[in-house]
Design a protein around this ligand. Sequence first.
Ligand code: BTN
Length: 239
Amino acid sequence: MKRISLEETDSTNRYAKALTTHRGETVLVTAEFQTAGRGSGSNTWESQAGKNLTFSLMAHPTALPASRMFVISEVTSLALLDALSTLAEGFSIKWPNDVYHHDRKLLGMLIENDLSGKYVQRTIIGIGLNVNQTHFLSDAPNPVSLAQILGREVDRHQVMELFLDRFRQRWQQMEQGDFTQLHTHYLQHLYRRDTTARFLDAQGTFTGRIRDVEPSGHLVVESQGETRRYEFKEIKFII
Ligand code: BTN
């Protein structure tokens, strides 16, 4: 894997996207600071310089149908969970691909895929993981960092290497076509699965239970005996 370590860039996802690489090459772009780090919505990603992990991993799946691209979210969030679970308990995956510690957000992910015909030709997996930041300025409602969870400074390099190691394993599982087990594990670690919780959709707030995530990535929520399916951004969790 090729590694590019930047002191500063606008966004590691944007930087990775502009690289010309050949098929099969995996590239990791890390930055100490992003001047315009992008969130998964219209938001920017807050990260204090030199405190956290902000990086993008560019990789080329061998034969991943575009219709199954959600498995990249599963691979990555499971790899993060595998790595983080060696440090503490209490992590879960908040659909589609945030990692939470109890009710607080530890990391966010922005995945951008390029297609070639019916296949994913290239994926750029951007991750912002709060490591040693302890004050958050943006209006993000519930951020938390590893330092806050563990009560000590954390070695960012160690967290990165742990993640990369687990990512290689989960990626291989995907390449071998073991989608069923990846999906089972993803569901097992899903935040608020099968518990009664409050949500907000276009119709307003309601009480429901997460029942499933479809291979397409749609979230299935049951409410008053009826199931509704949602695309990303069509539903909010009330925390
Ligand atoms: C979210 O809003 O939850 C997703 C945040 C993703 C942030 C990361 S930081 C590294 C990479 N580069 C970006 O511009 N965004 C992602």
